[in-house]
Design a protein around this ligand. Structure first.
Ligand code: ZN
Length: 129
């Protein structure tokens, strides 16, 4: 397992981590397998979506913010229930096929770390089998 750290700079932010994950794959000796990218946090997530047009992830964040407002009649006293809900909806891991020693992503796909309660230092765990 490989861990890398990222520093987020906004409360809500999608960070393209494709190049970091690619370098973990290239440094492994796995030619054919599965790469798991895991977010070990309860107020952040991992997803795959378009990384060519930044408006795509901006629209995802806009819609999540509308569906899951910061202030509601939440019970959790920490004041970040919106971030916990977004984390569960988006999910905390993705799996990508590794073939020929390369990540098999579609042409327009990138891997994103989704921050919902930043700014913070965050960890990403990558396992390749
Ligand atoms: Zn909390």
């Amino acid at each position: 397992m490989t861990e890398f750290t990222i520093r987020t700079s906004n409360r809500n932010e999608f960070i393209d981590i494709t190049s970091q994950v690619r370098s973990v794959v290239q440094q492994s000796d796995v030619d054919e397998g599965i790469c798991t990218v895991f977010c070990p946090h309860t107020t952040a997530a991992i997803t795959i979506n378009e990384n060519a047009d930044p408006d795509v992830t901006a629209d995802i964040q806009m819609k999540l913010n509308k569906m899951i407002p910061l202030h509601e009649n939440y019970r959790h006293m920490e004041g970040n229930s919106d971030a916990h809900i977004k984390s569960s909806l988006v999910g905390n891991s993705v799996q990508i096929i590794v073939s020929g020693g390369q990540l098999k992503l579609g042409t327009w796909q990138g891997i994103f770390f989704c921050e919902f309660d930043g700014p913070r230092a965050r960890h990403v765990w990558v396992s390749i089998k």
